[in-house]
Design a protein around this ligand. Structure first.
Ligand SMILES: Nc1ncnc2c1ncn2[C@@H]1O[C@H](COP(=O)(O)OP(=O)(O)O)[C@@H](O)[C@H]1O
Ligand SMILES: [Mg+2]
Length: 227
């Protein structure tokens, strides 16, 4: 079956086993996301935002149902093929940045490329260009622990974009930043993602970002609601 949606989620069910009890997080979740759409995902802590993003990225498999990205049913892939799919097609931004502390900024950015191909001179130029756009040119050879939280998150955004993925998933990307820094980071993410025509789903509590979204959804009672 083919669909026009960039991401199509069909009858998705997910539960966790906890002290011998089955605990449902999602019950028959349904969602179509258009190419280039920016979706903001709200929901109180524990409602399932991270679980939802992990299901879309294929980090976590569902109990049943489908996640179709670019007409590929990733839930039908083996774990190995899902990993390959993720490396090529998805960029992930985490709340805690998740940069590799023993690699410099430039090396952190080259890593996603090294995982999918032989890195060329052009790729090095691309890293430098992207860091310039993020006003981080002078931090190329710095290690992550030398950077402020806002700078680390800008590097993490560059890392999520470097391999030109189709889909960007962001899990509370400004959760550890002060308000001003958060606003700058969101502005950059919005500009870069929109300019490149990428599809983005962002879990956040930030009120500012809601105004930038094409659609605001919230997770309540194991289901998605449009706001
Ligand atoms: N690996 C796991 N094992 C057991 N329960 C989990 C696991 N991951 C998440 N959960 C549970 O699933 C629910 C949703 O969690 P999560 O997706 O982290 O919510 P949010 O990101 O909205 O705070 C919570 O009740 C949480 O305890
Ligand atoms: Mg979470």
């Amino acid at each position: 079956m083919t669909t026009q949606a960039a991401i199509s989620i069909q009858q998705l069910n997910k539960s966790y086993q906890e002290s011998g009890q089955q605990h449902a997080v999602f019950d028959d979740l349904q969602l179509d996301v258009k190419q280039g759409e920016f979706i903001v995902l709200l929901g109180r802590s524990g409602s399932g935002k991270s679980t939802f993003l992990n299901l879309i990225s294929g980090i976590d498999p569902p109990d049943s149902g489908k996640v179709v990205i670019n007409n590929i049913d990733i839930t039908a892939l083996s774990e190995h093929d899902r990993t390959l799919f993720r490396r090529h097609h998805i960029g992930f931004v985490f709340q805690s940045y998740n940069l590799i502390p023993t690699l410099t900024v430039a090396e952190n950015l080259l890593l996603p490329l090294e995982l999918i191909k032989r890195v060329s001179r052009k790729d090095h130029d691309h890293v430098e260009e992207l860091l310039a756009k993020l006003k981080l040119s002078d931090r190329l050879d710095s290690y992550p622990d030398r950077l402020s939280g806002g700078e680390q998150q800008r590097v993490a955004i560059a890392r999520a974009l470097i391999h030109d993925p189709d889909v960007i998933l962001a899990d509370e990307p400004t959760g550890n930043l002060d308000l001003d820094t958060a606003e700058q980071v969101l502005e950059l993410l919005d500009i870069l993602v929109r300019k490149a025509g990428k599809t983005m789903i962002m879990a956040t509590h930030s009120q500012e970002v809601i105004g930038k979204a094409d659609r605001v959804l919230s997770i309540q009672n194991k289901a998605l609601h449009t706001r």
